[in-house]
Design a protein around this ligand. Structure first.
Ligand code: PGA
Length: 270
């Protein structure tokens, strides 16, 4: 797991958007796994900027979102369909036919979940999956206790997640408006992406960042499953990194990027 510590939220967004841009430039028909929440908002704003100012091309990109609330139609301003259209899709040249967000109004959610997994497979799998992390360590809506082998399915949100999402999106004290159930990719589904990129910022994430980066792999903190993935990058700001024991080492590793190549070049006599 590579841990990159940015000085602040703006730098974090720049690094994360840079990794996604590089993926799109390297493979213009990439399959991107996308996330919602307050954390990726600035990252999406940067991708929109790259599209408008540099012509970053989304025309061949396919996307799969992690999750959606059950019972909210795509037109609802708190649905993840709405969020994605508002923050990214309507501002870039992605083909709407290539965009996938779980359908919270699906009459048969189990059948929908199977279809969603099939579509991901047909698309060749996710190349790069963007992730946030909840206060309880969830990735997507894989709340504590979710099997690390889980697939796309319906989950019941924890009371804490409902409260967090009320505070951030529906309005403080508006817990009753937040749906209690969601369709979410499973941890096993997420682990199949070729590359994972988890982002987190702020003091409120410092404790959980310490747990998932340096604690044991456990279904009680589903983000800890990133430790099992061969190519996962965690980009956090200084505040979210505050409790990490090996913070200085992660910073040192980042500062040494490029040095290995110089050593190898020297050994090869170049
Ligand atoms: P946040 O949510 O980005 O709004 O903090 C992250 C999550 O719950 O996955």
């Amino acid at each position: 797991m590579e841990v990159i510590i940015a000085k602040d939220r703006a730098e974090l967004a720049e690094v994360a958007a840079g990794i996604i841009r590089e993926q799109i430039l390297r493979k213009p028909n990439s399959v991107l796994g996308l996330a919602t929440g307050s954390t990726p908002e600035e990252t999406y704003a940067r991708l929109v900027k790259y599209h408008k100012e540099e012509g970053l091309d989304f025309s061949k990109i396919t996307t799969f979102n992690l999750d959606e609330y059950i019972g909210l139609p795509p037109s609802h301003d708190q649905s993840y369909h709405y969020f994605m259209a508002d923050r990214l899709f309507k501002h870039v040249n992605v083909n709407p036919e290539n965009v996938h967000v779980p359908m919270g109004m699906a009459p048969d959610p189990a059948a929908f979940c199977e279809w969603y997994e099939d579509e991901m497979e047909k698309a060749g799998g996710v190349d790069l999956q963007l992730l946030g992390i909840g206060g309880d360590g969830h990735i997507a809506f894989n709340e504590p206790g979710s099997s690390l082998a889980s697939r796309t399915r319906v989950k019941t949100l924890t009371e804490q997640t409902i409260k967090d999402n009320a505070d951030l999106f529906f309005g403080k004290g508006q817990e009753h408006l937040v749906p209690k159930f969601a369709i979410t990719m499973g941890v096993g589904t997420i682990l199949e992406a070729k590359k994972l990129l988890l982002i987190a910022y702020g003091k409120r994430k410092a404790g959980i960042v310490k747990k998932f980066v340096e604690g044991p792999v456990t279904s009680q903190v589903t983000a800890s499953a990133l430790q099992l993935h061969p190519d996962s990058i965690v980009v956090i700001d200084n505040e979210a990194a505050a409790e990490l024991e090996h913070k200085d080492y992660y910073k040192w590793v980042y500062s040494q990027k490029g040095e290995l190549q110089k050593v190898l070049d020297r050994l090869a006599g170049n």
